[in-house]
Write a protein that binds this ligand. Structure first.
Ligand code: PBG
Length: 315
């Protein structure tokens, strides 16, 4: 009956071995980074384990497990003992992240240590920069951000990841740290999907929102301009955040730029699948592998995800 049997694509889907032989996109633990929260007091989150806070001892146990499982890197977020208007806790030599970096570096020298460079967890108002009245002062914020990045590298960070979305931050950090890899959160959107993170990090803005510095979710060309600036300023890798609702942004960046790209599989994406799986509506493992493979297919080299430990078992 079939007129053109030669074009039957189904022939290559018949067995698992055939399917994996011709799979175009694969997921590997080599490209996975686990976000971790470090704080003076632990905070266990049974529903969303990735949103738990660890003390430095707890962090060392997490890092030991991640290293044993073969996860290559972590990105650290700090929740300080005290906050102030300037975010001083972000850059002081004995700040929570700086202490954590020294402890982890000494014990696990081969684990890649990345840090989120931002002020929002450290400011009383919860914004990512310094305020001038009710406005963020871009240039005053840059000084604090550079100081923070330098203090992280002095304490042992291998890679710094500025996430504040101030203009000129990559260039300012690059001038101070000519040899440090910078992953820029270049296309970071003002998003509803950061909800669980802000709870875990204690960084919900006390007034207003982040729409004057994070990007409008209707815009793609603007993201490409953000990327061009960050590349010109010396970024080594570009990040898209969130990931799932922004796969077209990743694809456009992949087509246009040759730098490595990262996707941040954010807390809200994690919470959605966890909740649906807990309700019995879908299978967590299948949904995660499909979502993360889609991020890779869209163009991501590296994926930041709270599922790093599970992935080690699933892959
Ligand atoms: C800012 C920062 C945020 C996230 C990572 N870095 C929150 C924000 O911009 O409000 C969100 C990560 C996630 O939701 O998993 N320091």
């Amino acid at each position: 009956m079939t007129e053109f049997p030669a074009i039957r694509l189904r022939r290559l889907r018949r067995t698992p071995a055939l399917r994996s032989l011709v799979r175009e996109t694969t997921l590997s633990l080599d490209n996975i980074v686990m976000p971790l929260f470090v704080a003076p007091e632990p905070l266990h989150n049974a529903r969303l384990p990735g949103m738990s806070r660890h003390t430095i001892d707890g962090l060392l146990r997490e890092c030991e497990e991640l290293a044993r499982l073969g996860v290559p890197g972590v990105i650290l977020f700090g929740i300080p003992e005290d906050k102030d208007d300037e975010g001083t806790g972000a850059w002081i030599a004995d700040g929570i992240v700086q202490q954590a970096l020294r402890a982890v570096k000494a014990r696990f020298p081969d684990l890649l240590l990345m840090t989120d460079v931002c002020l929002c967890e450290y400011t009383t108002h919860g914004h990512c920069g310094v305020l001038h009245g009710n406005e963020i002062d871009n240039d005053a914020s840059l000084e604090h951000i550079v100081r923070t990045a330098v203090s992280h590298v002095e304490a042992g960070a291998d890679v710094v990841c500025p996430s504040d979305m101030m203009d000129g931050r990559v260039g300012a950090i690059r001038a101070a740290l000519p040899d440090t890899p910078i992953i820029s959160y270049a296309a970071k959107y003002a998003s509803a999907f950061y909800g669980p993170f802000r709870e875990a990090a204690g960084s919900t803005p006390s007034f207003g929102d982040r729409r004057t510095y994070q990007m409008d979710f209707g815009n793609l060309r603007e993201a490409l301009r953000e990327c061009e600036l960050d590349i010109a300023e010396g970024a080594d890798m570009l990040m898209v955040k969130p990931a799932l609702a922004y796969l077209d942004v990743l694809r456009s960046m992949r087509d246009r730029f040759d730098l490595p790209l990262a996707a941040y599989n954010v807390s809200g994406e994690y919470a959605m699948i966890r909740a649906a799986a807990a309700a019995g509506d879908l299978d967590e493992r299948s949904a995660v592998l499909e979502s993360l493979t889609a991020m890779r297919r869209a163009g991501a080299d590296v994926i930041f995800t709270y599922w790093a430990k599970e992935l080690a078992a699933w892959l």
